[in-house]
Design a protein around this ligand. Structure first.
Ligand SMILES: Nc1ncnc2c1ncn2[C@@H]1O[C@H](COP(=O)(O)OP(=O)(O)OP(=O)(O)O)[C@@H](O)[C@H]1O
Length: 237
């Protein structure tokens, strides 16, 4: 089977967004290429979530533009901090978007079962999704988003309300999805998590992108003094 044509790179050029007369993002220019995960970090209120929503197309930019530069159609998905589960079984939650995508019933079942198995959730297939633990729901949401093999998967603080064991399981699921070729673009407030997962880092501060670098270079010595202060654990205004 021929691989579908890539829609990446995804280019953000001079991106701006304001709400209620307040500038939330200003002049963000960023190229997102295929490869290991991009972790978007920065202090609370820096604009990380808004940037992801703009890139995914949930919000219209107030300035600048977002451009998928590759020849293929855009294929991206997003998972939020609190996953939204349908009032159905775990398996049916996975089958639903596959049905929307037009997969025939038999192919849906096989794809959904494979996605559950890849996430280590096969034993939960018949359980009502809304009764699963927070960590299991988040892994199910990841499996659901990944089942269509998106080129880019945006994750907004996917581990924000999870304990360390659930966080480890979600991180393993994210690493698995990345290893299968999906570009992960993820926000986190957890620097240790960023170090564990990132291939590259984007640092936002007060709505501006102050650094975008390979993770090793960023953590060894970021370009912006604000990023260095953030890594030292100093409170940034
Ligand atoms: N629709 C909106 N109307 C007004 N202000 C908004 C809106 N959306 C976001 N903001 C503000 O924009 C700023 C950036 O929000 P955003 O959620 O992107 O920050 P963040 O970097 O993800 O922060 P956190 O780490 O706390 O989640 C915040 O001050 C937030 O209150």
């Amino acid at each position: 089977m021929r691989a579908p044509e890539a829609a990446l790179p995804l280019l953000a050029e001079g991106l701006g967004y304001a709400a209620g007369g307040v500038a939330i993002l200003r002049g963000v220019t960023l190229a997102i290429e295929a490869g290991p995960p991009l972790l978007v970090i920065g202090p609370n209120g820096a604009g990380k979530s808004v940037l992801l929503r703009l890139l995914h197309g949930l919000l219209p930019p107030g300035a600048g533009r977002i451009h998928w530069a590759g020849p293929g159609p855009k294929r991206d998905a997003m998972v939020f901090q609190r996953p939204v589960m349908l009032r159905r079984t775990a398996l049916a939650n996975l089958e639903y978007p596959l049905a929307l995508a037009g997969l025939p019933r038999a192919a849906r079942r096989a794809r959904a079962e494979a996605a559950l198995a890849e996430s280590g959730l096969a034993a939960l297939a018949g359980r009502p999704a809304r009764r699963l633990s927070g960590g299991e729901q988040q892994r199910l949401a990841l499996a659901r988003a990944a089942a269509l093999a998106p080129e880019v998967l945006f994750l907004d603080e996917p581990c924000a309300s999870l304990d360390p064991a659930a966080t480890r399981a979600v991180e393993a699921a994210i690493a698995g999805i990345a290893a299968r070729g999906t570009k992960i673009v993820m926000t986190t407030h957890d620097l240790a998590q960023a170090r564990r997962l990132a291939g590259e880092v984007a640092f936002l501060h007060r709505g501006r992108l102050l650094d975008h670098a390979p993770a090793a270079a960023f953590f060894a010595g970021p370009a912006a003094p604000e990023a260095a202060a953030f890594l030292r654990g100093e409170l940034l205004a």
